[in-house]
Design a protein around this ligand. Structure first.
Ligand SMILES: Nc1ncnc2c1ncn2[C@@H]1O[C@H](COP(=O)(O)OP(=O)(O)O)[C@@H](O)[C@H]1O
Ligand SMILES: O=P(O)(O)OC[C@H](O)CO
Length: 498
């Protein structure tokens, strides 16, 4: 029985624990939803105490079910960028966590842009100046929580992403640590050197004493305290959730690529041992760090994927449940000419237009709710094509191999109509992950490799087989006509603001 791995997946909307066996099969699991706090428009916070309580509860539940003696190690995957500060002596949070979606630091980002930090940030951190990343969130906390900057300079305060906070709590305060994939999302980390970047720390007034130590993704992260959830267990893997999903999808060689379709969609491509320079404003980031060796990735995001379906459900009431979108899309008129551009928060990569707003175009007297729902699902396929085109251009320029088949996972991949349309609009095959919990599996793989439960990456790659494969069925002329219609629709909603 020994040889199970406990994976903790601390996501934006929920906290899960799943136990995987030595063959990578999921077993016992538990989950808790996470409260979303919106103190002002554009602000999003989480309560770190609630996150910690949920981690304790879900872990205690699965450890009870499986038995601590059967668990060889713990792995963690987490929502990235979300910023926590806590008291080093007591572990008490000093503010709510500022979530990755929070836009409150847009003015500071505009200052950094004006001061000409763009080239340095892209070169050193691989990122773009944006409130999305932790750096300006931390600066905001240091500026706005009374006394925080002074206490931080005295070494009394810890900063970290969610993994770091959880490691501190799980180990009873023994570790103030993060892993390289999470450090890479702070906009303070030099991803080539694998070190915090002094000029950025200085510009943002971040005292080095507040920063966590950065370790390999796969390795020693101490052990859980008995009080944490009733067992002392070694923690052996930590990764940001999108990097963990890439591991769970066995994207272990350069040019392998995955897309996770949840609320948003994150596309991550393995670019091997060098940081790719994007000509299309894609992000460069760390995919993993093992024995001090970093593997890099290109990443692009679609803000509204499953969230578009939520909007059709909650705001327009066109469907009762997300899954109903499939039956309705089948009733749509294939010639409707309706396009939905979900630019609710502007348009991301590769268009980058913050001022664009969502629109439904091409309506006629004959248009039905089925046409609008189908257009919502189809918008995810069109955006994936936009993103993939840009990423592959960057990968070709960097001399990274032939194009691998896109591997997909996440809630939306249950939708057969949407996945077939994705293959049709891309004009290439799409492979669905063997298990739905790809992110947790990736965390388990990292920990299980360090603990000797799983084989090396080549073995993981060999064991991977898709649950389902979609082949393009649409005629090329129809595909190109539809895509041209999408590009025209996007053009019509643009504001021209980057
Ligand atoms: N059958 C479906 N068809 C279309 N969208 C779906 C379907 N099932 C789930 N979704 C969408 O996927 C998202 C949930 O996926 P999940 O991977 O659980 O997301 P997250 O981890 O971001 O919360 C929701 O936004 C939901 O609208
Ligand atoms: O928690 P998720 O699955 O919504 O992922 C969030 C990402 O890590 C944000 O970068």
């Amino acid at each position: 029985m020994m040889g199970h791995i406990l994976a903790i997946d601390q996501g934006t909307t929920s906290t899960r624990a799943i136990v995987f066996d030595a063959a990578g099969r999921p077993g016992a699991s538990a989950a808790r939803p996470l409260t979303q706090i919106f103190p002002q428009p554009g602000w999003v916070e989480h309560d770190p105490n609630e996150i910690w309580r949920a981690v304790r509860e879900v872990c205690a539940a699965v450890v009870r079910e499986v038995g601590a003696a059967n668990i060889a190690a713990v792995g963690i995957s987490n929502q990235r960028e979300t910023t926590v500060v806590w008291d080093r002596a007591t572990g008490a949070p000093l503010h709510n966590a500022i979530v990755w979606q929070d836009r409150r630091t847009a003015p500071l980002c505009a200052d950094l842009e004006r001061e000409g930090w763009g080239a340095h940030i892209t070169d050193v951190t691989g990122l773009l100046i944006d409130p999305y990343f932790s750096a300006t969130k931390l600066a905001w906390l240091l500026d706005n929580v009374p006394g925080l900057r002074e206490r931080a300079a005295r070494g009394e305060v810890c900063f970290g992403t969610v993994d770091s906070y959880l490691l501190f709590k799980l180990t009873g305060g023994a570790l103030h640590t993060t892993d390289a994939t999470n450090a890479a999302r702070t906009m303070l980390f030099d991803i080539r050197k694998g070190a915090w970047d002094p000029p950025l720390l200085e510009r943002l007034g971040v005292p080095p004493a507040i920063l966590p130590e950065v370790r390999d993704t796969c390795g020693d992260f101490g052990q859980t305290q008995d009080e944490a959830f009733g067992a002392v267990l070694p923690i052996r893997g930590v990764a940001g959730d999108q990097q963990a999903a890439a591991k769970g999808q066995a994207c272990v060689r350069p040019s392998m690529i995955k897309a996770t379709y949840g609320t948003g969609c994150f596309v991550v491509a393995n670019t091997g041992d060098s940081k790719a320079q994007s000509a299309n404003r894609m992000l460069s980031t760390i995919l993993s760090q093992e024995r001090g060796v970093r593997t890099f990735a290109l990443e692009g995001a679609i803000f509204m994927a499953g969230a578009t379906i939520q909007w059709l459900r909650d705001n327009l009431g066109l469907i009762a449940a997300a899954a109903d979108s499939e039956a309705l899309a089948r009733e749509a008129n294939p010639e409707s000419g309706v396009y939905l551009v979900p630019a609710f928060q502007g348009l991301g990569a590769p268009v980058w237009d913050a001022g664009a707003r969502g629109s439904i175009l091409g309506l006629s007297r004959a248009s039905t709710k089925a046409d609008i729902v189908a257009a919502g699902l189809e918008s995810v396929a069109f955006q994936t094509r936009d993103l993939l085109g840009a990423m592959r251009e960057d990968m070709a320029a960097a001399g990274i191999g032939e194009n691998d088949t896109l591997r997909v996972d996440g809630g939306m991949t249950d939708n057969v109509w949407a996945m077939q349309r994705l293959a049709d609009i891309l004009g290439e095959s799409v492979e669905v992950a063997p298990i739905p919990e790809t992110t947790a599996l990736g965390a388990a793989y990292f920990a299980g490799q360090a603990a000797g439960v799983y084989g090396d990456d080549a073995e993981l790659a060999k064991a991977w087989a898709p649950a389902r494969r979609y082949e393009p069925q649409m005629a090329a002329a129809e595909r190109e006509a539809r895509y041209a219609g999408w590009l025209e629709a996007v053009d019509r909603v643009r504001s021209g603001r980057a």
